[in-house]
Ligand binder design. Structure first.
Ligand SMILES: [Zn+2]
Ligand SMILES: [Zn+2]
Length: 282
């Protein structure tokens, strides 16, 4: 079993450039945006681009890949126009994934903005049901830090959304972000707390539903509900927490993707090496 670790890399200059960037940092799995994450624009990919991307990935053995959805998507919204835009955007991202041979599309479940938790959850499930999920693509709900009226903070809430959709279990899954879990109050840094977290995953969500893990440390305290990613081992999850996560037998088959900061001089490469070091030192 190959340990799969990589990072969220840029597609600027062409999607196949992502594979080169991944190779440069030593990754063997990864994540990209299909367009610009702070706008509604999603690129359409030609067969030729898809072929180039897949060939490059095959040559470097980079599997699987994830498209991270636009941050503007909100399926939980009570506003019809925003809901419609969100559906169209997610659909374009799912189509891009199919064109590129990308296995997963991950999105944040959204905020109900005052319409109430139950309405929000219904709306997300309804939204998922309106999507046409291509055969070889799985749509993933990402757990959230839980700020404000954001949904998807707990394992049980993610399960509830999955159960409310009419999609079969093969087309919808979950991505766990370690920074968000910590911000939502889950203990990852201490062994006992981490064990409880895994137990909650197994009981409330099902380990098999987790398809991808986002590895990010957190700048904030546990339970802060704040989503500020930090370099691996340098935040409040810390080295001990990541030692727990990357050496867990229950998570060892899950592809892990770094979304650590990139604007402060420290690279993904260093974070990736840190993870490998924490795996070796257990
Ligand atoms: Zn995310
Ligand atoms: Zn994430």
């Amino acid at each position: 079993m190959t340990f799969r670790i990589g990072a969220h890399v840029s597609i600027s200059g062409g999607v196949e450039k992502a594979v080169e960037r991944q190779e440069d940092i030593g990754g063997n799995t990864g994540q990209i945006f299909a367009g610009s994450p702070r706008t509604w624009s999603v690129s359409e990919y030609t067969d030729e681009e898809g072929k180039m991307f897949q060939e490059a990935r095959e040559n470097e053995d980079q599997n699987p890949y994830v498209i991270h959805s636009t941050y503007l998507v909100n399926l939980a919204t009570p506003k019809d126009d925003l809901f419609e835009k969100s559906i169209n955007c997610l659909q374009a991202e799912l189509d891009a994934a199919a064109s590129l041979g990308v296995e997963y599309v991950v999105f944040h479940p959204g905020s109900h903005t005052g319409s109430g938790r139950d309405n929000g959850i219904e709306k997300i499930a309804k939204g998922i049901d309106e999507l046409e999920i291509p055969e070889d693509v799985t749509l993933l709900l990402e757990n959230t830090a839980g700020k404000g009226t954001t949904l998807g903070k707990s394992m049980g809430e993610l399960r509830e959304i999955m159960e409310k959709t009419e999609k079969d279990s093969g087309s919808v899954g979950v991505c766990i972000d370690t920074c968000h879990a910590h911000a939502a109050g889950y203990e990852l840094a201490e062994e006992e707390g981490f064990h409880d977290f895994l137990q909650e995953i197994e009981e409330d969500l099902g380990l098999e539903n987790i398809k991808v893990i986002h590895l990010n440390d957190s700048k904030d305290e546990k339970g802060s509900e704040k989503d500020n990613h930090e370099h691996i081992g340098e935040g409040n999850i810390g080295e001990e927490g990541f030692r727990n996560i990357v050496n867990s037998e229950k998570l060892e088959e899950k592809p892990m993707v770094l979304e650590t900061p990139t604007s402060d001089g420290k690279s993904y490469k260093e974070n990736l090496e840190k993870i490998k070091e924490l795996r070796d030192s257990s």
